[in-house]
Ligand binder design. Structure first.
Ligand code: FES
Length: 97
């Protein structure tokens, strides 16, 4: 499975620091960020429980136009998820697209 398409909504992705998707995507684009630590330094997203790291990596990969398989992202980051609601809401948005 390939990555879901970019979204036009502005949902809070990092619940710990209340950082929205647009803020994260703008930070990645403005500074050509290529890892989660850089995103955290730029906008604080990902600096708490790490549950949003899978989505931060997804946004980085999309910006770099990588075709990362969703299964690989889940394999690498799912163990960090402590706040279950974040991912279920996100992935539900892409069902049927
Ligand atoms: S939800 Fe982003 S660090 Fe906790």
């Amino acid at each position: 499975m390939n990555l879901p398409p970019k979204t036009e909504t502005d949902e809070v992705i990092c619940q710990c620091y209340q950082v929205t998707e647009s803020t994260i995507r703008k930070a990645i684009a403005a500074e050509c960020l290529n890892d989660i630590d850089s995103v955290t330094k730029a906008c604080e997203a990902g600096g708490g429980c790490h549950s949003c790291h899978i989505l931060l990596q997804l946004f980085i990969d999309q910006y770099q136009e990588k075709t990362t398989a969703m299964e690989d992202l889940v394999h690498d980051h799912a163990q960090k998820v402590k706040k279950k609601g974040i991912l279920s809401r996100f992935f539900n948005k892409f069902q049927g697209e």
